[in-house]
Design a binder for this molecule. Structure first.
Ligand code: CAA
Length: 384
């Protein structure tokens, strides 16, 4: 067993850390407060190859491994998870899904742009449209329909909580084509956002990741060419599940980053802040908190690396990805709350960053499968 990162992985980690400090940190409080999408930051991120990290260079990607993706996600999420969630959705849910299940024509036409991210100064990013007002965790109960109409499908319905909802140029839409077949009557489609009949709702006013671009998207008689269906007829639910397994590694890494970011701030603060005549980290009450934070973060990191390693080695990573997300997101929530506590009153104000990290942590227990769904996935796997 080798826990050592390769030179290339270390280089990517350093590049991501520098990017987070130089490009994401300035203005992060204002973007959070005013719910500003960091489009310029995403464009700069694409110049590092970070919007199509794992996509093959044949299709415009950077051809990196999943461990590198985890490292980059961790570093960027230490500072700004509104940026890292856009990056994660494009990498894991959009580019990976298209590369592994799309036709050659679909890859040439769509993936090459999405993996590069920046085409002549324009941001090209994708969104993954599975959730609906009444189908979140219960994802097999799709209300959005796609009716076969000869050479095209006609899509009607509403999708909810869509990351990159207004910034995306391409949507991957999951919809029901045959209600008699249950989840085997679901398909996935590539839909260009400017297709007539698509309406993007107002941006959600969220507790955390406030800069991230979250919208409802509705479809009224939206025509999609048949060639834009991904895979065989009825493959859509399987497509969504397989894609989400990798997405969960990305969100686990995001949660890991939020936790590590808060821990690093709390550790630094505990060395500088004095009470009762000594730095607060010399008080056992604080030192025990720091010790527990470091331990939980390290276990989350090991699970993230293991899931990524399994994926890179073509093993079944479903269960480890679910474990990584479950544990890392719980760790993020706990560590950020303790980081605020260590900061005392300063932790409760925005300038010290930990309150934002605490708000950002919460969503990692909810999106790309709630903690309860991860327990279902793990439970079914270990009792099978
Ligand atoms: N990997 C691969 N296949 C899976 C799978 C997984 N993790 N989970 C289920 N499947 C397959 C099953 O094997 C089964 O396939 P077959 O019929 O071919 O055997 C099929 O999917 C149906 O599975 P179940 O019978 O287990 O269906 P269920 O309804 O009992 O449970 C579920 C399904 C696991 C709960 C699923 O609905 C689920 O994962 N829900 C959570 C959805 C989710 O994560 N949403 C996130 C939204 S996207 C998002 O947040 C993106 C963003 O913008 C940030």
């Amino acid at each position: 067993m080798d826990f050592k990162l390769t030179d290339e992985q270390l280089m990517i980690q350093t590049a991501a850390r520098e990017f987070a400090q130089l490009q994401c940190l300035p203005g992060v409080i204002e973007r959070d407060e005013k719910q500003i999408v960091g489009k310029d930051i995403l464009l700069a991120l694409s110049n590092l190859g970070f919007l199509g990290m794992m996509t093959s260079p044949t299709y415009g990607g950077a051809g990196m491994d999943t461990i590198s993706y985890v490292l980059a996600m961790e570093e960027i999420s230490k500072i700004d998870s509104s940026i890292s969630v856009a990056m994660s959705v494009n990498n894991s849910l959009v580019c990976w899904g298209l590369e592994h299940f799309g036709s050659e024509h679909q890859k040439q036409k769509y993936l090459t742009h999405l993996a590069q991210g920046n085409i002549d100064g324009q941001l090209h990013i994708g969104a993954f449209l599975l959730s609906e007002p009444e189908a979140g965790s219960d994802a097999t109960h799709q209300h959005t329909s796609a009716v076969d109409n000869g050479d095209h499908y006609v899509i009607n319905g509403v999708k909810n909580w869509i990351t990159n909802g207004s910034t995306a140029s391409i949507y991957l839409v999951i919809a029901q084509t045959d209600y008699t077949k249950g989840h085997k009557g679901i398909n996935a489609f590539i839909v260009e956002k400017d297709t007539p009949g698509i309406t993007v709702g107002v941006k959600e006013n969220k507790m955390g990741i406030r800069g991230s671009d979250t919208h409802a998207v509705s479809f009224a008689d939206v025509k999609v060419p048949k060639e834009n269906r991904i895979g065989e007829d009825g493959f859509g639910f399987n497509f969504a599940m397989k894609t989400l397994n990798g997405g969960r590694i990305g969100i686990a890494a995001q949660a890991l980053g939020i936790a590590s970011g808060a821990y690093e701030l709390a550790l630094a603060y505990s060395k500088q802040r004095k009470t009762f005549g000594k730095p607060i980290h010399e008080h056992q009450a604080i030192q025990f908190k720091l010790a527990e934070m470091a331990t939980k973060i390290e276990t989350a990191r090991l699970l993230c690396y293991k899931a990524a390693w399994e994926k890179d080695n073509h093993l079944d990573y479903t269960t480890t990805a679910a474990m990584a997300k479950l544990h890392a997101s719980d760790t993020a929530m706990w560590v950020t709350t303790e980081a605020v506590q260590i900061h005392g009153g300063y932790g409760f104000v925005k300038e010290f960053h930990v309150e934002r990290l605490m708000r950002d942590a919460k969503i990692t227990q909810i999106y790309e499968g709630t903690s309860e769904i991860q327990k279902m996935v793990i439970g079914r796997s270990i009792t099978r």
